[in-house]
Design a protein around this ligand. Structure first.
Ligand code: FES
Ligand SMILES: [Fe+2]
Length: 458
């Protein structure tokens, strides 16, 4: 361990100056406490209901570093079970997804039903002499399981508030930005998974970062990977910049929405000028603009006044990112490793051709073979390595861009700032991180978690 854990954790994140202590990315003790106080406590995304439509369907997910089975029992209820046999701890499910009638442990054969109950014990009569109370030895079940518009979440802590309350206005807005993209969103088969040698929080804070594309993604942009742009004239390219589809460059209008427990949505704000430029370019931007869904009345109602103009990227605290038709989990695998998962969604009602386009674009941009992910992953890996040293650890990181300069507005329960490129969403996330780490229980977290910033990011 590089440091003694210095509490309170709020002292490691200074929201007035934007300074963040580097130990939070490197310290093994802090990492272990994150697993306990953040992941084992929060509502974690499991999968989408369309991935487990029938009884017995299951999908293996994670809560922190712990494997859990998200499944649908015989009554059609969603269940989330800790994937560890109660006898000697063996994993009872080895497949990443599939359909099962029960889960048979491969060690001694204890067998569990889809609801986690222990239903079979070899030698129950002869070896256990019927002395084992099977009702007490089922798989550990999640404290609460719930779904929001088909997106399934679970928390291991029964004291957690209900999912809708946990999400609040901003968490719901974040999920609505993907859930309302069509009449019925369904997950595409296959989740892309790869490991990057970075601390999970760097992968999270980057999702709000619209400062880096002009440098980090310069090569991707130069390679012409947004093929629609390659056909545009110089004047049309200027218009495309106004339309906000170039990806690189610093766009002037940003919005950051901030919610209790650390949920945030940050990125370009949708402006009239942007919409006009898009209308002029029309079909020439085919597939590059993914905002048409905002015209749907259901989407307008769900997103509300603030959400409707909110572009960019949501993070459902702690580690669920949405972009376009994709959703990404940043799963912690130690202080210096993160497994990145990418789920892709399509509106069920779309044509096969349009679905294929969505999937192609998704694979092309993010995921193990995604051009942008290659650029990002390299930076996060190097940041994690270069921050570990005893000297490097003495100096804080700087998240101070624009701190205190943007007045906070509040409309329909959503606190947000409208400004140019900034680091407010990142700092909001780290402030929430420190509150989660300081709180010893859900009750305490409910009291200390900042819900509405009053000035700047506070
Ligand atoms: S470890 Fe599962 S039956 Fe023994
Ligand atoms: Fe990036």
């Amino acid at each position: 361990m590089l440091h003694e854990i210095r509490g309170p954790f709020r002292s490691l994140v200074d929201v007035k100056t934007g300074l963040v202590d580097r130990s939070i990315y490197a310290d093994e003790g802090i990492y272990q406490l994150e697993l306990e106080r953040i992941f084992a406590r929060a509502w974690n995304f499991m999968c989408h209901e369309s991935m487990i439509p029938k009884a017995g369907d299951f999908f293996l997910s994670f809560i922190g570093e712990e494997s859990v089975i998200a499944t649908r029992d015989k009554k059609g209820e969603l269940q989330v079970l800790l994937n560890s046999c109660r006898h000697r701890g063996n994993a009872v499910c080895r497949a990443e997804e599939g359909n099962a009638r029960s889960f048979l442990c491969t060690y001694h054969g204890w067998t569990y039903g889809l609801d986690g109950q222990l239903i079979g014990v070899p030698g129950y009569k002869d070896f256990y002499h019927e002395q084992l109370d099977k009702s007490q030895w089922g798989l550990v079940r999640a404290g609460k399981v719930a779904s929001y518009k088909g997106f399934v979440f679970a928390t291991m802590d029964p004291e957690a508030p209900d999912l809708e309350e946990f999400l609040g206005e901003v968490g719901r807005m974040g999920l609505d930005l993907i859930a309302e993209k069509g009449e019925e969103m369904v997950a595409v088969k296959g989740v892309q998974k790869s490991v990057i040698g970075c601390n999970w929080k760097l992968a999270v804070d980057n999702l709000f970062d619209f400062y880096h594309p002009q440098i980090s993604h310069a090569s991707a942009t130069m390679s012409g990977f947004r093929k629609q742009l390659n056909k545009l004239t110089t004047e049309e390219m200027d218009m495309a910049a106004k339309a906000g589809v170039l990806g690189g460059g610093l766009r002037p209008h940003h919005r950051v929405s901030m919610g209790k427990y650390g949920h945030a949505v940050g990125g370009p704000r949708i402006t009239e000028e942007m919409l006009e430029a898009r209308a002029i370019l029309g079909d020439k931007l085919d597939g590059l603009v993914q905002d048409q869904f905002r015209d749907r009345p259901q989407a307008q109602e769900a997103l509300g006044e603030v959400g409707l103009k909110q572009g960019g990227h949501p993070n459902i605290f702690p580690n669920l990112w949405m972009t376009g038709y994709q959703l990404s989990l940043r799963l912690p695998k130690g202080p210096s490793a993160t497994e990145i998962w990418w789920f892709t969604f399509v509106p069920k009602e779309e044509t096969e051709e349009r679905k294929a386009e969505i999937i192609e674009r998704a694979n092309h941009v993010f995921g193990a073979a995604g051009l942008l992910e290659q650029d990002d992953g390299e930076n996060w890996d190097q940041s994690t390595r270069a921050m570990k040293g005893v000297v490097a650890q003495r100096y804080p990181l700087n998240f101070g861009m624009g701190v205190g300069l943007a007045p906070v507005q509040r409309v329909a329960g959503v606190s947000y700032v409208d400004t140019n490129v900034n680091e407010h969403a990142q700092l909001w996330t780290y402030q929430a991180w420190s509150e989660w780490m300081d709180a010893e229980s859900w009750a305490q977290l409910g009291q200390i978690a900042t819900s509405a910033p009053l000035d700047g990011v506070r």
